[in-house]
Ligand binder design. Structure first.
Ligand SMILES: *Cc1c(COP(=O)(O)O)cnc(C)c1O
Length: 384
């Protein structure tokens, strides 16, 4: 059985801050984001690190990464404008979303963005027209490995290697600069061998294109680095050691420039979501399982509990004998059940009004929170 109940690091600080605040809200510890960024720097010394803004677009967090010299992966004009407003120059931005309107490509280009990712002919033609001469990453389909990850980004993105080659040729022909191969092995990817398979594929494309006298310069390895949830994964240092080994094994001394786009792995562990138990009920007099309804659910921060994909560690100050619970959110939608199959256990002494602390909630919580489903406001964030 996995153990839920350990207090978050910096417990005193979080407690002192959050005692009087109305739940639910997310606390993001900025010094932990800084630490993680430095860890990425240390373990991938030659890589350019593009933080995937969608994981947590909080302005204070973005400013911290800006000041550390990070680059940023953006997906829309709104994210672009936010970064420009923060004083990040467009040379530090990559428009990594493969799905974009021609007019958005134009606007990004006019605002100075010169690096894009693509995976289909229509988009390449749009890029050639609206962002002439720009650098392009070609994204590989990773359907074989993303299924191992806890939050797969499968099927929807990338194209088969054979097609990537055609796109590179087309892009070169249309005056774009074929810059590199990109992939994403699936978010919360615990299987390090997924990178082995991906790097091998990318490498064979480099070789193919080399024969056609097209020399790519970079390999964008996307995100996928795990955060620490209930199901443990290896530390970043182990991922780095293995991934750096694969890069060296395939490319030898002619390794391309490495790009990384961590989202979850960079900010996930920096967040603690503070919620309150609204009600505890049973479905029959003899029911052994309690239903614990909290004021945070699928629609105001815990979207990634869908299919019970991400299992957050939960901490409560209550102690004593524990029993099975179903955890559910506060809205009038039965999709808003957080964990039913996976048996969380919480103390029998737990009552309405008690707080639950959801650890490792720095990524994909606020950005996934709905605007006003059932009148519940979007999840608030405090940056400490
Ligand atoms: C979402 C996304 C990322 C971040 O993925 P994580 O698994 O959170 O690290 C990186 N790159 C692209 C293109 C993405 O869409």
């Amino acid at each position: 059985m996995y153990r839920n109940y350990y207090p978050p690091a910096d417990w005193e600080k979080i407690m002192a801050f959050s005692k009087e605040k109305e739940t639910p809200f997310l606390v993001v510890l900025l010094d932990r984001v800084q630490e993680k960024y430095r860890e990425f720097r240390t373990h991938f010394p030659a890589a350019k690190i593009y933080y995937a803004v969608k994981a947590n677009p909080g302005v204070e967090l973005l400013a911290v990464l800006r000041d550390l010299g990070s680059y940023f992966d953006i997906a829309s004009i709104h994210e672009l404008d936010r970064m420009l407003d923060l004083g990040v120059t467009p040379e530090r931005l990559s428009y990594g979303n493969t799905i974009k309107k021609a007019k958005d490509i134009r606007e990004a280009y006019e605002k100075g963005v010169r690096l894009f990712t693509s995976d289909c002919e229509a988009d390449i033609r749009n890029l050639a027209k609206e962002a002439p001469g720009s650098r392009v990453f070609f994204r590989l389909l990773m359907d074989a490995v993303t299924s191992d990850s806890d939050w797969p980004l499968s099927r929807k993105f990338g194209c088969q290697p054979r097609m990537a080659i055609d796109l590179v040729m087309l892009a070169a022909h249309l005056g774009l600069e074929p810059y590199g191969i990109s992939f994403h092995v699936g978010s919360q990817q615990r299987e390090i061998s997924a990178w082995d398979a991906a790097i091998a594929q990318a490498h064979s494309l480099f070789e193919w294109l080399d024969k056609a006298h097209i020399r790519l310069q970079a390999m964008n390895m996307g995100g996928g680095f795990p955060a620490d949830y209930l199901v443990k994964s290896n530390p970043l240092s182990i991922y780095a050691e293995e991934i750096n080994f694969y890069v060296k094994a395939y490319f030898g001394d002619s390794a391309p420039v490495i790009y990384l786009e961590p989202g979850r792995g960079l900010v996930g562990e920096a967040g603690v979501l503070v919620s309150e138990v609204v009600l505890i009920s049973k479905k029959s007099k003899t029911d052994r399982k309690r239903w614990v309804y909290t004021d945070v659910g699928v629609f105001n921060g815990l979207m990634e509990t869908i299919d019970e994909s991400i299992k957050y560690p939960i901490y409560t100050e209550k102690t004593g004998e524990e029993g099975d619970v179903v955890l559910a959110g506060p809205t009038c939608d039965s999709l808003d059940i957080l964990y039913e199959d996976f048996q969380y256990q919480l103390p029998l002494s737990l009552e309405s009004g008690d707080r639950l602390y959801w650890l490792s909630t720095g990524a994909y919580t606020t950005s996934y929170s709905s605007i006003e489903f059932n009148g519940f406001p979007p999840l608030k964030t405090y940056f400490l």
